[in-house]
Design a protein around this ligand. Structure first.
Ligand code: SF4
Ligand code: MG
Length: 281
């Protein structure tokens, strides 16, 4: 405690942060701080020992949420390879909770193949995809989730492509748990993080989050205006009539998209190992 700080109370979640990591490197108004806050509250409510958690990240602004800030074992890996690293960690240390935080560019773009097949194999990982719909850290390039026609630094005449709807993709790939919330829905988001950490198989949480520095520079919305937009522009998944297309004008379905109870990869692998032992002379 510094001189003059006598009598100041420490924030109850500060014990989960590595010393010296505040203030964070996030821009003012960035959603990454909200995601960190929701994560620490979820860990605290679940009374989890951080020593039992391994966080794996890719490259990008959201990957700085756990690494270096969260005081647990972290692997800050190469771009697009967080799921591949995490798969190896989980297979070697199945008793650990292995969680990933990375962005839309990292997970759905560069690492898209790893993401789809980890979901299809139902590998026991908890993946939080912070979807700001651009590559934020590198200056606001178009990502797989960027809405059509949006101007970015790499689409100066508007994005030609259709956006990937990552949560719907994870449902069809076979993930046990899939949910989507925004940084406006902080209570639901933190609760979904608990559900992500507390189950078997591949568990995916899409967090639609604001990058007020680089997203939609033509409109130049403040963080508060973007959060208003998340509030007014979202709809519970149960009320959705048409398939979600990921476009800017369409209502964003929020809530739990899938909650299946199928056996995860580790349990299936252990069953095979048991068969091999029984068959061995
Ligand atoms: Fe957040 Fe965007 Fe700044 Fe990255 S560039 S810290 S995503 S506001
Ligand atoms: Mg991004």
């Amino acid at each position: 405690m510094a001189d003059g700080d006598e009598g100041r109370r420490e924030h109850p979640l500060a014990r989960y942060l590595r010393p010296g990591t505040l203030p964070s490197s996030f821009c003012p108004g960035c959603g990454c701080g909200t995601v960190l806050n929701c994560l620490l509250r979820a860990v605290d409510r679940q009374k989890l020992d951080p020593a039992g958690i391994i966080m794996v990240t890719g490259i990008g602004c959201s990957s700085w949420i756990p690494s270096p800030m969260f005081r647990c074992d972290t692997l800050h890996t190469t771009h697009g390879r967080a799921v591949a690293f995490a798969t190896g960690v989980k297979l070697m240390m199945p008793e650990k909770r292995v969680l990933i935080i990375a962005g839309d560019g990292d997970l759905a773009g560069i690492g898209g193949n790893h993401l789809v097949h980890a979901a299809h194999r139902n590998i026991d990982l908890g993946v939080m995809m912070v979807n700001n719909r651009i590559y934020g850290m590198t200056g606001g390039q178009c990502s797989p989730t960027t809405p059509s026609d949006l101007y970015t630094t790499t689409t100066p005449y508007g994005n030609l492509d259709q956006p990937v709807t990552a949560s719907e993709l994870m449902v069809s790939a076979g993930a046990n748990y899939v949910a989507r919330w925004t940084t406006f829905h902080v209570r639901q988001l933190s609760k979904a993080m608990e559900e992500l950490m507390d189950g078997e198989g591949f568990r995916f949480l899409e967090i639609v989050s604001q990058c007020p520095t680089h997203f939609d520079k033509e409109e130049k919305r403040t963080a508060a205006e973007i959060l208003d937009n998340y509030r007014d522009g979202s709809i519970p998944v149960a009320q959705v009539k048409e398939p979600y297309d990921g476009q800017a004008g369409s209502k964003l379905p929020v809530g739990v998209l899938a909650d299946r109870k199928r056996h995860g990869y580790i349990r299936r692998l252990e069953a095979v190992e048991q068969k091999i032992r029984e068959a061995s002379p």
